[in-house]
Write a protein that binds this ligand. Structure first.
Ligand SMILES: [Zn+2]
Length: 296
């Protein structure tokens, strides 16, 4: 083989090698461009999504701690899950249901309450009461008060509802009579008979039993109530030695529905509703009219 021919072969080999290298380079470049063209927008979207998602996440995540604690605390404040108990006479009641509305001389009901509350009232069956003058109670309270009276009667105790709901007009009559009785002193009268709009009776979520007099304290009905009322959601609303808190004289006959678990806790703590509402930092006007979702 001549050196010329050998050189020609080498040149051809170099040329082929260069050609292959260029083709590989073009191929690689093309692939790279294709990949970039294909992936770029997606990658940008993804990353912007990630950015926006992470910014979305990071924003609420700073609120996340209070949000989750809010959920926890609201669960504690509002025991929405029913806790069904069965009374000795076979009535099923929800121990978690409650009405903590606070009404007193400082926390009056709105003027139009007297009209609005009528939608929530039901007639008490005569077998549970001993008064034909006032006969209605709030529907939320009806299953509890009738179960309580039935249980007392089953125990041989003649507990009866005497005075449940009273309209503003009836309350005003009672208040004016009391004002006359104490020689025109309205403030003094209000410690015995509340002014219209400041009486729990205007809501239908309380009741006087058997008789509205001190004689009730020495009856077996009162003894039975002291032992059992909390199991039906009722508390002695105006206890002895608490007039400075409630603004009302001791009334052994006046019992207020708050709910079974609330009544048990309030009794155990030995506090009035005023003290309980303050202790738990509750809105005094909570549950103003009742829980519409509640079925009696
Ligand atoms: Zn009363």
């Amino acid at each position: 083989m001549t050196s010329r021919r050998r050189k020609a072969i080498i040149r051809r080999r170099i040329f082929i090698a260069l050609l292959v290298a260029i083709l590989v380079a073009i191929g690689a470049l093309g692939y790279l461009i294709f990949k970039i063209a294909q992936n770029d927008p997606t990658e940008n979207e993804d990353s912007s999504e990630i950015t926006s998602v992470s910014s979305n996440v990071s924003e609420p995540s700073s609120e996340e701690a209070p949000t989750s604690s809010d959920v926890t605390s609201s669960k504690e404040e509002e025991p929405q899950e029913p806790e069904i108990i069965t009374t000795p006479t076979g009535v099923e009641l929800d121990a978690n249901f409650g009405r903590l509305l606070l009404i007193n001389g400082q926390n009056a009901l709105p003027d139009d309450y007297d009209t609005k509350v009528r939608d929530y009232l039901v007639e008490i069956d005569p077998k549970y009461r001993n008064n034909n003058y006032v006969t209605q109670i709030h529907k939320d309270v009806y299953p509890y008060i009738t179960a309580m009276v039935a249980a007392a009667q089953a125990d041989g105790v003649d507990l009866r509802v005497w005075s449940p709901f009273r309209s503003y007009a009836i309350q005003n009559d009672l208040f004016q009579k009391q004002v006359n009785r104490v020689g025109g002193d309205e403030a003094k009268a209000a410690t015995v008979v509340a002014r219209p709009g400041t009486s729990e009776h205007n809501t239908g979520i309380c009741a006087d039993f058997n008789m509205a007099s001190d004689a009730f304290e020495s009856t077996e009905m009162y003894t039975w109530m002291c032992e059992n009322a909390q199991d039906y959601g009722f508390i002695l609303r105006y206890p002895k030695d608490k007039q400075h808190v409630t603004g009302v004289i001791y009334e052994s006959w006046h019992w207020r529905f708050v709910g079974i678990n609330y009544a048990k806790e309030i009794k155990e703590l030995g506090v009035t509703l005023e003290e309980y509402v303050e202790m738990k930092n509750l809105d005094p006007a909570m549950d103003m009219y009742g829980d519409d979702s509640y079925k009696q």
